[in-house]
Design a binder for this molecule. Structure first.
Ligand code: HMG
Ligand code: MG
Length: 304
């Protein structure tokens, strides 16, 4: 069966905008986030507190976050690679953070300048301190991303046990949820099913797992459906299909939030998202970026 409701984890302002060639003004980013919240998205990943030289596109995190942090009814997770990043995020009142690991050595090196295990060691105090911050409903929530869960541009297909090991390690550090990243968009539905099944076999419950598909080979929706059929209820997507990763050659845009919402609503699955307002937001953002959205749904609904 399929779940009655799916929680969309919107990553456009972070995964989408981290990959833009031109500079996007902070004010435009803040307006993008406000419009996404206004369209009914309740989790909007806002930015990253990473090294500004590594991701110059998000170097304005200190200026941006205070402009949106008081938005009602929306969680605004931010990426933090290390304790320096956590300090910056907590100083501004962030209440949801995400660390981001890699299933492969090549990407760990390229993205974090660390081996897989060195990166986990870097995250350990981040997760521990985040979980020790705040109490009850105010406790900081920690997501653990895992990149290259299916294929890696340097190493090819990634063996499932290698992925499962790092998933377990992230949960053992204390992460509240995982997001399985198909960073370069090479997954297919059978592979998704096999990974989710292997995770269950190793004691990772599906309700702790979200999926994060990039759409390079046009498989993101099919992969999402396979994950939903397996019981996954958290799906990452990026408004208008923006996105990619500057440290993974061949990464293209994320699953477009509009394409996801079109499918989910067609299946009778609730999202809380107003597709008209969302599409208008992506069309507005496409104008700011000076090129059309790659989302098929955005294009279809914009030309009616
Ligand atoms: P490093 O060069 O090894 O850093 O980079 P370091 O720990 O040696 O520190 C060097 C200097 O940087 C120090 O300054 C630090 O203070 C400073 P110095 O003492 O030399 O003056 N520094 C910082 N400054 C500000 N904020 C910080 C910070 N950290 C150190 N947080 C590092 C290591 C992790 C910092 C670097 O590799 C980095 O920032 N990487 C981020 C890469 C990134 O953001 N990639 C994109 C996100 S991942 C993704 O997109 C995939 C995902 O979507 C899922 C999927 O699709 O698979 C999530
Ligand atoms: Mg991504």
């Amino acid at each position: 069966g399929l779940p009655p409701r799916v929680r969309i984890h919107e990553v456009g302002p972070r995964d989408g905008l981290q990959n833009e060639k031109g500079a996007v003004p902070t004010e435009v980013k803040a307006e993008f986030i406000r419009r996404l919240a206004g369209a009914g998205l309740t989790t909007v990943e806002a930015t990253s507190f990473v090294h500004p030289k590594w991701v110059p596109q998000l170097a304005d995190a200190e200026q941006l976050f205070p402009q949106v942090r008081d938005l009602a009814g929306v969680h605004l997770p931010v990426l933090v690679p290390n304790e320096r990043g956590l300090d910056r995020a907590l100083a501004l009142g962030a209440r949801r953070v995400a660390v981001f690991a890699s299933a492969t050595e090549s990407f760990a090196k390229a993205n974090l300048n660390r081996t897989v295990d060195e990166a986990l060691a870097m995250f350990a105090p981040v997760v521990a301190r985040a979980k020790a911050t705040g109490t009850g409903a105010d406790q900081v929530h920690v997501r653990g991303y895992l990149s290259m869960c299916f294929g890696d541009p340097w190493e090819g297909p990634v063996p499932i046990p290698q992925v499962v090991r790092v998933c377990r390690a992230l949960l053992d550090l204390g992460c509240d949820e995982l997001s399985l990243g198909d960073t370069i968009g090479v997954a297919t539905p059978g592979h998704v099913r096999a990974l989710l099944t292997a995770l269950n076999d190793q004691g990772v419950p599906t309700d702790r797992v979200g999926v994060h598909f990039h759409d390079t080979y046009g498989q993101a929706l099919a992969n999402t459906l396979a994950a939903l059929q397996h019981g996954v209820t958290t799906v990452d997507a990026s408004a208008g299909g923006l996105g990619g990763c500057p440290y993974a050659k061949s990464a293209t845009g994320n699953l477009a939030t509009e394409d996801l919402v079109w499918m989910l609503h067609g299946l009778g699955i609730e999202t809380g998202v107003d597709l008209g307002r969302l599409t208008a937001t992506s069309a507005w953002m496409a104008d700011r970026l000076g090129r059309p959205s790659p989302s098929r749904t955005v294009r279809a609904l914009s030309h009616q």
